[in-house]
Design a protein around this ligand. Structure first.
Ligand code: 13P
Length: 278
């Protein structure tokens, strides 16, 4: 496994984006790795704190991904990233366990506090060659837009903390959008020019293709996707259960969504331009 450094440096230079897919369980991890390998796309496997405790802890997740990479003979660049680390301690725990990248989410804190704590994470991460993502503004939740990032504050945070990449919230929403997404790509471009770091788009599911492409032109290099994969998986599993009312083997039930997830990953990787970039 590697950090996001080389993966996103190449994407920024060649103007494409790499998807960061949220891992929800063992099967998700395998589907994401196999589909990305088939596409020769570099991939960022990101795991939220909720998913980490659901699966059994930081070390289990690191061992799981490492073992899958070796068992499945995965050759593409893979980064393992902590999504929305809520504290310095949580980021340090992920780094100690072997995560190659962490996000410190201080977006709900006052700017100076966000800077102080992000800096602490960067200092620790640097010892291990781990990349750090920060967030400014607030990504929306429950379909409602959050708080838009301020470009001057973004420049200040990046300069003072030395973070490798930044997620400026500019209208995107985690989960399902209510109506058409309104994302401020003009400000995204401004932030990209001011900071010169790879930018991250949270809430990448449900955004029309042309908007995602505009985002890439505006400096976005990492696009976080969770809900899109969950929706196609759930639809396929529902259909499977409807067809066979007596099936009870969990492996068969979970696997019923494999093709749908893999197809969705392939179409996203194609759209973002990461195919054959491994
Ligand atoms: P979606 O679930 O909206 O794709 O968002 C994922 C995300 O941003 C994880 O940080």
């Amino acid at each position: 496994m590697e950090s996001m450094r080389e993966i996103l440096k190449k994407a920024k230079k060649e103007k494409y984006a790499v998807a960061a897919y949220n891992v929800n369980n063992l099967e998700w991890a395998r589907f994401i790795l196999e589909a990305s390998e088939a596409n020769h796309s570099p991939v960022i496997m990101e795991v939220s704190e909720g998913a980490i405790s659901y699966m059994g802890g930081f070390r289990l997740v690191v061992n799981l991904i490492n073992d899958l990479i070796s068992e499945l003979k995965i050759d593409i660049p893979v980064a393992l990233h902590l999504d929305h680390g809520s504290s310095v301690e949580s980021c340090k725990k992920a780094i100690d366990a072997g995560f190659t990248s962490v996000m410190f989410d201080g977006s709900k804190l006052p700017l100076e506090e966000n800077i102080r704590l992000t800096k602490e994470v960067v200092k620790y991460a640097e010892i291990y060659g781990v990349t750090v993502e920060a967030e400014l503004g607030q990504v929306g939740e429950n379909g409602e837009e959050g708080i838009y990032a301020n470009p001057v504050e973004c420049e200040k945070l990046v300069k003072e903390t030395g973070v490798f990449c930044l997620a400026p919230a500019l209208g995107s929403v985690h989960g399902i959008y209510k109506g058409t997404p309104h994302i401020d790509f003009e400000t995204t471009l401004k932030i990209s020019e001011l900071t010169n770091v790879p930018l991250v788009l949270h809430g990448g599911s449900g955004i029309p293709d042309d908007m995602l492409l505009e985002g890439i032109k505006s400096g976005i290099c990492k696009i976080n996707i969770n809900t899109d994969l969950q929706i196609v998986w759930a639809k396929a599993v529902r259909e499977y259960l409807k067809e066979d009312a007596f099936v009870y083997d969990p492996r068969k039930i979970i696997k019923a969504g494999e093709e749908a997830i893999k197809n969705k990953i392939s179409s996203i990787n194609k759209l973002l331009g990461s195919v054959n970039k491994a």
